[in-house]
Structures are given as C-alpha cells and as structure tokens.
Write a protein that binds this ligand. Structure first.
Ligand code: Q9C
Ligand code: ZN
Length: 737
C-alpha cells in the first residue's frame, strides 16, 4: 500500500468552509427548522475564538462534478436537484420538499449541496495526496441519509459515501466512523456488501422507534457477501448516553476492529447531535469527549483522517464540540475528562449484542468465551434461563415499516425545547466550558539530558536525525556536569506537572521506575505507571514495596512484558491496612496491594504466550485504556526502555493513546521510538495483526475477570452464544421516500 502514498507528507490540518452558498441554503417556510445557517456560523466563530483557524491550512471549497456525483447518485436524482436551482417559486419548492422525509429545497440548495460534496472530495483527496495530514470539512447540507436517488433527513448528496468511493477507486481501504446520532442508512447501503469499506455507526435507535427507525439499523446487520462483518451498527436503545458510553464503544469495539481492519484512510461522519443539549439526540456527550473520540482515530491509517460535518442542532454544544474536534486534529492533547464510570446497562447489553453478531468475523472477539445455547433457549424468551455469565442476544424491533407513497409535513418537523430546558442546558454547557482545561503549556516537550562525559546511560539513545529535528525548540533540563539521570527525570516530571511543558521525555536505558513514581507521587494524587517491557524474562520490580503511596493518593502500575501483564494498585486504604495479616504488615508502608494484584506471569508462565501486536492491541483497548480512563490520572509515566525495532510501531501507538489521559501530561522514560507521537505525530501503522494467540487472550480474559472486581469500567467478559445470529440482509432495500 505504501507506494500508493506520497513519500513526503505535510503535517498540516486542512480546513474547508464556505461563508456564501452554504449560509444561504435554509428553510423558507419554517423558521424553527434546525438545519440552519447559524450552525455553520457558530462553529466557525468558536474555531476563530480558540485561535484554531490560523493554525489550519485552508483548502478551497469547490462544487462536485456531475461525473463525481454519478459515482453514487442517479442521473434522475441530479436532475431533480438541479431543477430547483435558482427557483423563485417558493410554493413549488415546498411542494417538492413534501415528497421527501424531512427535506427542504431553497433556490441555493442545489449549489450548496454540490459544494458540500465537492469539498468533501477535495478533503479526502488532499489527505490521500499528502497535501495535508488530516482535515475537517465544516459544511452543510449534510449527507449520510442521502441514497442514490433519495433526498432524506436534511441530506441531498451523500458527501461521505462519495468520498469513500473516491478513496476505494484509488485502491484504498476505507473506514467510515459515523458518530452522528442518527443511523446513516444511505452510507450503510452504499457499502453493505463491499469489502473495501468498513462502516461503523453508533446511533439512537430505541428498538427502531427513533428516526429513521429502520430494521437495518439493528446490531445484527453486519454486512453481506464480501462485506460480511464490515458493517457495524451499535444501536442505543435509550437516551441520556454519556462520555463513558461512547468511550466504552470505542475501546471495546471500534478501536480493536479498526486495528484489525487496518484502513488506509479514515472518514468521520461527524454529527454533533449526540452532544449535550441537542434536542434531536437527547444524549449527553461532552464537547471534550469528541476530542477523545477524534484523538483515538488519529492512531489509524498513519493519521489520514478526514472529518466531515453532518448533524448537530444545539448551537453552543455543536460549536464547542466541533471546535474541540478540530483542535484534536491539530495535535493538541484532548482536554482531561473526569473519572469515567462504566457504561450504562443498556449500552453493555448492546455491546454484547454486537459481539454476538460479529464474533465470527473478528479475531479480537475470540476474547469472549462462548456457550452452547440450549435448544429453544436464547433469542427471545422460552427455554432454559441463562447462567449469570451468559449473554442472550435478542432482537426486539418496534419500528414501523416505511410508508409507501407518503407525503411528509414540511413544517414543525423538528423537536423544540422549552425555554427552561434550553436555559438548563446553557448553564450546564457554560459550566463544562469553564471546567474544561484548554490551556496548553508553552512548550510541547521537556527533554531530560545527561551530561556528555557519562559513558553509557543516555548518550546516543536519540538516534535518528528526523527525531532530532522534531525536538528543536524543546525545553531541556538536567545534564549538568555532575547530574545523574534521576535528576533529569525528576526535573522533567516537575516541568510537566507545573505545565511548563506538555509532555516529557527521558532517554534512559535502565530507568529507576519506582524512584520516578515516588517523586511523581510527592507532587500529584493520581498516577498511572505503564511499565512496558519487551522481554519475557524481565522480572517486574516489586512496585508495591518500592513506592510508598501517600494516603490521599491513588497509583496504578501496569506491568506488561513478554509473558503477560500485571496490575498493581498502590491505593492506600486505611481499612485495608488494618486488615492485613501481621506477617505482611511490617513490610508495607503502603497498603492495598493485596487487594488488586494479578500476577499473571506467575499464574500462567507459558513460554509461547507473547504480546505480539494483535494481543497488545487487545490489551491496550480492553484493559489499559478503560482502566486509565477510570483512574483519571494527573500524570502518566510510560517506561519503555530499549524497544526493539519490531516493537517500535507498537510503542508509538501506546504513547499516542496514553497522551489522551491527563491532558497529555505524559512522561516517557526510555526509547526514542516514543518521541514522534509524544510530539503529536501520528503513529506509523502496525504490521498486519494476524490471528491473536489464544493463550495470550486467555491471560487477558483472566486479568479482566479478576481486575473487573475492582475496576467496574472493565468488560464483564460474559459468554456469547456459539451459534451467533446469522448476519442478515436488511429487510428493506427499497427507496425510503
Ligand atoms: N418525524 C441529520 O442529522 N427527523 N439529519 C425526522 C420525522 C429527521 C437528521 C422526524 C432528522 C434528520 C443529518
Ligand atoms: Zn443526525
């Protein structure tokens, strides 16, 4: 694939927007129509306020050509749309609009829709050509409901489907992530049996009662033919879903699937109608959370990510969320989130439903054990009751079939909030904005140097010239004539905790991890240490004994080595101390290690268990990230000494994802393999994952079961039926107007 991409790539973030045609297109007969010009204005205004505009490379908007639109749409669809262009007969426009489900035509609609589609194509081309690294198209009208000859749900041309087709024609594998709160049925249908495009949608569903309410939005619609397994629906059967629900879906499903699919380019159908305050979605996703969703996707496809605006109808949350998405694309670490709770029961249920339907298609899902359903049991009542660890997937569709030949109301189609409700959300959003830390330290990186007379430890660890170039302008500490390497590490940690630098790096071959952790804990309350070894023979230091944890602090050490992983929670808990057996107590100036300790290496010292990247991705997404987001550390220490070349890409990915915690306050002690992502560069792609080792997954499953007692954010690891529901073709392929 590499030869399909340019050797030299820009590191810029592309930005497309239009302040003429895209602001003219509006509903002439319903002043309350939510898909309105103010949406764009509010996003652009907030991006300006945050100083994001001038950091981007502006790319010109341009209309799509007829040939481009014909990649997906029919000639008659184009003609119908073109027929409205410049039309002054408002009644005729309204009359035409009523033939489609929630669509309005304005004299400028056709041209604005051409511009939306063309701009999206320009963006994806620029990302593929390497003109920009990633980018965002702040456009309207949106596109993901449009079919080949269907106008639907504020959409005319399917911008993202067209862009995906363009990328596929350029022989690239495409991932489409659709986080708009509505199911993008137009996009799903475009690629349902296509093996070049994976579609992943999270949407409000309510068992089919929420618009568009189609059977094909259900979790068991997983693609067909060569596309089997490549269509992911994550239906949300309730409202009020929050950050932890979306992040759980990202960690447990999207990220591991995306790593396994290994796309060449990622497109986002970025609707903000799941954002807090939006009357459409009635969800509660915070603006900062969108930065996290974006940041995690930047790890894929060498960072080739094109974000395309879809819905989002609460102007203030739309503006804040879209702006924080753009900020993440620019490489700023996502703002810290409060400690995350586990997902709600309904989302847990949905995730397990998705697992049941997708388990056969995806290696990482063999993490889930299976059971043989009793005959007559499962799939909806009757039969034997399930054991507590058995998940029974059920489809309970409550939607209505689409009406044939209907006309649709053109006025009053949008939900309206009461003034009180609006006011409540406004206050809540103001509060969130106030609590969200958007400060960026003056320096991206602090580097601990040692003095040059020292024969071994630090010198010569920073190898490549390109890395040296990246580090220009970094803050340097340590390195005085009689400095030892511990001084450098200590100073780097201080610089990061005092926000003099965003992140820190210490080149170090044999780091004293416990000393660094002890120092960090003297300056902060919640610390995550990730001790990522490369050798199965490497024995983890007894962290618990070496790091006394102050009573008001919580620290977690995750040790990962060739043989497995171990989690030690250094949380001091007076009660636990008192309960410790007298033989142990004298050894401990801290407590709690007995509570949470999983010596997996000792439990299963199997020599053929290795953390190759397939298993490592499972470990990262299923254990490390959920645990880290629940702990909500103020600082992360990553010990990654002497990363061998074949693990360098993995080290980059771990570094990239850990930067999402603690507002990017991450200090890496070890190899310069971690440097590019520390400076905001996308990690290079992992080698092909291959089937994960069953022994390694068994190790991980055990760790999750055991740690789950103390970390509710971890998956419960229920078993799913061996004979998963058959992936089924959607019941309706007919036009939906
Ligand atoms: N009674 C986008 O967010 N609602 N489209 C229809 C019918 C339509 C949303 C309600 C919502 C369309 C791009
Ligand atoms: Zn939407």
């Amino acid at each position: 694939m590499d030869d399909l991409f340019p050797a030299v790539r820009s590191v810029a973030t592309g930005l497309l927007y239009d302040e003429e045609l895209m602001l003219q297109h509006r509903c002439l007969w319903d002043p309350e129509f939510e898909e309105c010009p103010e949406r764009l204005r509010s996003v652009l205004e907030r991006c300006r306020e945050l100083g994001l505009m001038e950091r981007c490379e502006r790319l010109p908007c341009r209309p799509a050509t007829e040939a481009e639109l014909l990649m997906f749409h029919t000639q008659s669809h184009l003609s119908t749309a073109a027929g409205t262009s410049g039309c002054r007969d408002v009644e005729a426009l309204q009359q035409l609009s009523s033939k489609y489900d929630t669509v309005f035509f304005h004299p400028s609609t056709y041209k604005a829709a051409l511009l939306s589609a063309g701009s999206t194509l320009s963006l994806v081309d620029a990302v593929i050509d390497g003109t920009v690294r990633n980018g965002m198209a702040i456009i309207r009208p949106p596109g993901h409901h449009a079919g080949p000859s269907e106008f639907n749900g504020y959409c005319y041309f399917n911008n993202v489907a067209l862009a995906a087709l363009r990328a596929a024609q350029r022989r690239l594998k495409v991932l489409i992530v659709d986080w708009d709160v509505h199911h993008g049925q137009g996009t799903q249908r475009a690629f349902y049996d296509d093996d070049r495009v994976m579609y992943f949608s999270v949407h409000r569903y309510e068992h089919g009662e929420f618009w568009p309410g189609l059977r094909e939005g259900e979790y068991d619609c997983v693609g067909d033919g060569p596309g089997l397994g490549l269509n992911w629906n994550v239906p949300l059967n309730g409202t009020g879903m929050e950050d932890q629900d979306y992040l759980a879906i990202w960690h447990r499903l999207l990220l591991p699937a995306a790593y396994e699919f290994a796309p060449d380019v990622v497109l986002v159908s970025a609707g903000y109608d799941a954002a807090l305050g939006c009357p459409q979605g009635e969800m509660r996703v915070s603006p900062a959370c969108f930065a996290h969703l974006t940041h995690s996707l930047m790890s894929l496809a060498s960072g080739r990510l094109a974000v395309v605006l879809e819905g989002g109808y609460c102007l203030s949350s739309l503006a804040e969320s879209a702006a924080l998405t753009l900020r993440a694309l620019l490489g700023d670490p996502p703002p810290p989130l409060p400690a995350l709770l586990p997902p709600c029961d309904s989302v847990e249920e949905t995730i397990l439903n998705v697992v049941s339907s997708q388990r056969r298609s995806w290696g990482f899902l063999t993490l889930y054990d299976t059971y043989h359903p009793a005959p007559g049991g499962g799939g909806g009542g009757g039969g034997a009751a399930a054991a507590p660890d058995q998940h029974i997937p059920v489809v309970e569709y409550r939607g209505d079939p689409p009406p044939a030949d209907a006309t649709y109301p053109t006025i009053g189609a949008c939900p309206v909030q009461s003034e009180e409700e609006k006011e409540r959300y406004r206050r809540e959003l103001d509060q969130l904005r106030e609590d969200t830390d958007l400060t960026v330290a003056p320096c991206r990186l602090v580097v601990a140097k040692t003095h040059h007379h020292h024969p071994n430890p630090m010198n010569g660890v920073i190898r490549s010239e390109s890395v040296a170039a990246l580090m220009q302008g970094c803050l340097e500490v340590g390195g005085g004539a009689d400095a030892c390497q511990e001084d450098g590490i200590t100073e780097a940690i201080d610089a990061v905790l005092e926000d003099r630098a965003v992140a820190g790096f210490c080149a170090c071959i044999e780091p004293d991890g416990p000393a660094a952790a002890r120092h960090a804990l003297s300056r902060c309350q919640r610390l995550l240490v990730v001790d990522w070894r490369d050798s199965p023979l490497c024995v983890a230091p007894d962290w618990g004994l070496m790091v006394p944890c102050p009573s008001d602090a919580e620290a977690v050490v995750l040790t990962i080595s060739g043989g497995g992983c171990e989690v030690v929670n250094l949380h001091h808990d007076q009660k636990t101390t008192a309960e410790l057996s007298p033989t142990v107590e004298p050894l401990l100036s801290w407590a709690g290690a007995d509570r949470i300790r999983t010596p997996l290496m000792l439990e299963s010292p199997s020599p053929d268990v290795s953390w190759e990247s397939g298993e490592a991705v499972a470990l990262l997404t299923q254990l490390l990230l959920p645990l880290a987001y629940q702990l909500c550390p103020q600082l992360v220490l990553l010990l990654a000494p002497a990363v061998p070349p074949e693990s360098a890409a993995l080290a980059e990915h771990v570094t990239h994802h850990l930067r999402a915690l603690a507002g990017g306050r991450l200090v890496v002690i070890g190899s310069d393999a971690c440097l590019p992502p520390l400076l905001g560069r996308p990690p290079r792609p992992l080698p092909p994952l291959g089937a994960p080792s069953l022994a390694a997954l068994a190790n991980l499953r055990r760790a999750l079961r055991r740690q789950g007692q103390h970390w509710p954010a971890l998956a419960e690891m229920k078993r799913v039926p061996e004979t998963a529901l058959e992936g089924r073709k959607p019941s309706t392929y007919e036009p939906f107007h």
